[in-house]
Design a binder for this molecule. Structure first.
Ligand code: PRT
Ligand code: ZN
Length: 293
């Protein structure tokens, strides 16, 4: 297949937990994507990018080989891949804030776990043998890693292994199988990756443009817009409470001398902690209305 050098190629999970969320992010970044569920590839209607829909396990390979310039994949899949390759063929450009899960060691309910040394000489079933092996080696624990492709939660019941090491998000699957999480091997979320293969200027510019759009989308998601009314005396105390905010806009309120409207964009982590305090300080209380957008 001839590679079209005037377009970039983005590897996305075809069908699974990350596929819709990955497409949503690209749509929010302004790409028109009209591919159906069964398509293997799609052309963005209004941006020089082709999307390749593949198994998530293939995404690190495609990007490292340079077949796709960009990709979206879970850190769990990415790090397992990286541990098996001699050279890192990709860079992580952004954490995307979805697909969160943890790779955890889990034990049957009845078993006591008193730290990683409890794993010594035990059998542990996993689909992530390299990440698990690194976890054990870092702690100088010798244990047997039993590799499974799926249904890892069944291993203790089938007496294939005593422990398992698998992805957990809500914990419901572990619970349903009489298991409980006892240790964490890796915390994971979806990330945007770029090949380390050199790009020609044209495709580098396209990739940079998309990255800056994605950065914009992520920044908006992490921000909250605060609007409140305050008296003149309260203004300096209120602006001091907004450390994560851009310079707030302060506007006089028509017909209410000495009172102002304060508008500020605030980082989400600051927002929730600050909200209560703001409510206490804006004056008069009846007109203080911190709100979010
Ligand atoms: O077909 P393909 O190979 O592309 O997909 P896949 O079946 O390998 O992957 P998929 O779609 O299941 O998951 C894609 C990615 O989503 C993973 O690589 C993770 O980065 C991320 N992710 C987030 C999860 C979970 N949460 C998750 N809970 N991947 C899998 N699970 C599974 C887990 O393995 C276990 O079986 O969900 C079960 C546990 O869920 P809870 O909620 O009961 O704890
Ligand atoms: Zn997979």
């Amino acid at each position: 297949m001839l590679v079209d050098r005037s377009r970039i190629h983005i590897a996305l999970q075809r069908s699974g937990r990350l596929s819709e969320l990955s497409r949503d992010l690209l749509r929010e970044s302004g790409l028109r994507i009209e591919a159906g569920k069964n398509s293997l590839s799609a052309r963005a209607g209004n941006f020089p990018a082709d999307l390749m829909f593949v198994r998530d396990d293939d995404i690190p390979t495609f990007v490292s080989d340079g077949a796709c310039e960009l990709g979206i994949v879970g850190q769990n899949v990415l790090e397992e891949f990286a541990l098996g390759s001699n050279e890192r063929g990709f860079d992580v450009l952004a954490e995307l804030g979805f697909g969160q899960c943890s790779l955890r060691i889990a034990a049957p309910e009845r078993l006591n776990y008193s730290g990683p040394e409890s794993l010594a000489r035990q059998r542990i079933a996993t689909s992530y043998p390299r990440l698990l092996r690194r976890f054990l080696d870092d702690r100088k624990i010798e244990a047997e890693v039993v590799q499974m492709k799926g249904a890892v939660e069944l291993a203790p019941r089938l007496e294939i292994a005593t422990y398992i090491c698998d992805l957990v998000s809500t914990g419901a699957t572990l619970e349903a199988n009489g298991l409980r999480p006892v240790d964490t091997v890796l915390k994971s979320q979806a990330v945007l990756i770029r090949t380390r293969k050199p790009l020609d200027d044209e495709r580098k510019a396209i990739a940079d443009q998309l990255l800056s759009r994605i950065d914009g989308v992520l920044a908006t998601k992490e921000s909250k817009y605060i609007m409140l009314n305050a008296s003149e005396e309260a203004l300096s105390r209120i602006t001091a409470l907004l450390p994560g905010a851009e310079a707030p806009t302060v506007l006089p309120l028509h017909g209410r001398p000495g009172h102002f409207a304060v508008h500020a964009v605030c980082q989400e982590n600051v927002f929730w902690e600050t909200l209560q305090e703001l409510k206490g300080r804006a004056h008069p209380p009846s007109s203080s209305c911190p709100s979010k957008r």
